[in-house]
Write a protein that binds this ligand. Structure first.
Ligand code: ZN
Length: 561
């Protein structure tokens, strides 16, 4: 590609051009902006170079020779890179008269390239630094055969269609705005209804699983974060403190210290353990504006957080219960494939080796008992304890980090937690941090993409939409609306004087699971005819029958219509 660009635009300066996980890119410095037509021309030139089947020839030269060469060729970015390479010798690759600095290896000749496509152009600062010059980055991809390329392009189309930022706008679910502040999410009514359904489910299941629910403040004295250790190891993710009557306060990056406070509130006995505190706790973390991305990377988000305080002999049972709980919750949302990672003791750690070993074994045993396959990431644990991370695979098989279960030896020590044991002595409890969905914002983003906005009935903001064919059907439609709403089903009616085709198109675009279409026949029979989101029709049904169908789907949290 770089050869083709130089052939077409000799004044373009070459910066860097690495391979990436799913393709490649190259950064160019050029005064004109690459247009889609330019990309097309570049592709044609690339095809020409491929047809010529010219060999790639490697040449090892001294660094100074390379610098001289690129200086003569008018490539200042290459010269800058070379000046920082410590090696005495570097390799150049030459192909059809085009020379580039490259470590290699390369294919033998351009004829080996079978299928490729240039995908997009984006601005990119030289060396990723916003103080430097903005370059143009051309992205492309290549595959060993045409079928694999067309499959990949179809996959990219699907990814684009499912983009939660686009669907979030189309379905009026949420927004972020510069006026409010980047990375701060506003949940619109439709998104808020979904969040409410998730939270109701979360609450009920936590009650059932023996958790106590907490609410805690959004700010606290900065000193609290010194005790917890966050000021030492997490400061770059925290915002600047604010002053209240001469004392520094901090907006919370974590919920843990508050839950610890509840534990510490009175003297605890071994009989009270395990204690499980859960909270939908909103935290704020500093992320650079460049990395913010829709709902997936934000500055304020709500964790489905919980902390379990237990005795050492209870770790395994607790981990097992958390694991069961996690998989149940994920399955309810339609996620049944996972990548699971067990991260073990890093080089820098707190706690005793004995503790680490018993906790790591407990995590491992729990995974084995559940028959879950997992990868061990040696040394990847947090300094305060080992952890299990679960990445769910979505409908496009993309992994997303959601759930985490972390054992913590640090906080009980720092906050001097204890309990009175059966032996009458004071003991230190173990603390487990866990989040099932991770953050509600991020999880919502993943759900939107997983379902492409067509949510299961229990989550759909509008579950049933009543559409009238003519104005004379409005009375029956309103009667239906009241009846269905009386069963706690989220229902709306469209009795506007519009063509039924238009009404159906609009409701279909909004991905409403059930459309109830009312005409003369339905009014005279007191029945309903239902069109599912999938396009399948059911009915005529009596109103009760239809309500029964919808209620069952909601109650069972069915993923099918
Ligand atoms: Zn925590």
């Amino acid at each position: 590609m770089a050869h083709a660009v130089k052939a077409l635009f000799p004044e373009a300066k070459l910066a860097i051009g690495p391979a990436t996980e799913d393709g490649f890119y190259y950064d160019f410095d050029l005064d004109r902006t690459f247009s889609p037509e330019d990309l097309h021309l570049i592709e044609e030139k690339m095809s020409e170079i491929v047809r010529q089947n010219t060999p790639f020839v490697k040449k090892v030269v001294s660094r100074q020779e390379a610098i001289d060469f690129f200086e003569r060729s008018g490539e200042p970015y290459k010269v800058e890179l070379l000046r920082e390479i410590p090696d005495e010798e570097v390799s150049l690759y030459e192909e059809g008269g085009f020379v580039d600095l490259c470590r290699g290896p390369h294919i033998r000749s351009t004829g080996q390239i079978v299928a490729f496509k240039l995908l997009s152009v984006a601005g990119a600062y030289w060396r990723g630094n916003e103080k430097n010059r903005m370059l143009q980055r051309i992205y492309g991809t290549s595959f060993p055969d045409k079928k694999a390329l067309s499959d990949y392009l179809a996959y990219l189309e699907e990814v684009k269609k499912r983009d939660h930022r686009k669907l979030g706008k189309d379905l009026d679910l949420f927004s972020t705005s510069d006026e409010i502040g980047a990375g701060l999410v506003i949940w619109h009514p439709n998104g808020a209804l979904i969040r409410r359904a998730i939270e109701d489910f979360w609450l009920r299941e936590h009650h059932r699983a023996g958790y106590k629910i907490l609410y805690t403040p959004h700010i606290a004295k900065l000193n609290l974060w010194a005790t917890s250790g966050h000021l030492d190891f997490y400061r770059e993710n925290m915002y600047s403190p604010m002053e209240i009557e001469g004392v520094d306060y901090e907006i919370k990056p974590m919920n843990c210290p508050f839950h610890i406070h509840v534990y510490k509130h009175t003297l605890r006995s071994y009989k009270e353990l395990p204690m499980r505190f859960a909270e939908l706790g909103t935290v704020y973390r500093y992320e650079r504006s460049g990395v913010l991305h829709g709902l997936l990377r934000v500055r304020g988000f709500t964790q489905d957080d919980a902390h379990i305080f237990c005795r050492e002999d209870q770790i395994e049972d607790e981990i097992l219960a958390v694991l069961d709980f996690t998989l149940f919750v994920l399955k309810t949302f339609g996620f049944e494939r996972y990548d699971i990672h067990l991260s073990t003791r890093p080089e820098k750690y707190v706690g005793t080796l004995e503790h680490w070993e018993s906790a790591t074994n407990a995590l491992k045993r729990a995974l084995e008992i559940k028959g879950l396959s997992f990868d061990v990431d040696p040394g990847e644990g947090v300094f305060y304890g080992p952890k299990i991370d679960i990445k769910v695979k979505d409908s496009l098989n993309r992994p997303w980090q959601c759930s985490t279960i972390q054992v913590d030896f640090n906080n009980p020590e720092r906050f001097a937690l204890d309990y009175r044991g059966s032996d009458g002595n004071e003991h230190r409890p173990i603390m487990i941090h866990r989040a099932l969905m991770g953050s509600l914002e991020r999880f919502f983003g993943i759900l939107i993409e997983h379902y492409a906005g067509a949510f299961p009935v229990w989550l759909a903001p509008v579950q049933v939409k009543i559409l009238t064919i003519a104005e004379r059907h409005a009375d029956y439609a309103m009667h239906l609306l009241r009846t269905i709403a009386g069963h706690d089903i989220r229902v709306e009616a469209d009795i506007e004087n519009e063509k039924i085709g238009y009404k159906i198109r609009h409701a279909t675009m909004m991905k409403v699971p059930y459309l109830v279409i009312i005409g003369d026949k339905e009014v005279s029979d007191r029945s309903v005819t239902v069109r599912k989101r999938s396009g399948e029709n059911i009915g005529p049904l009596s109103i009760d029958e239809f309500v029964g169908v919808v209620k069952e789907k909601i109650d069972k949290k069915s993923l099918e219509l």
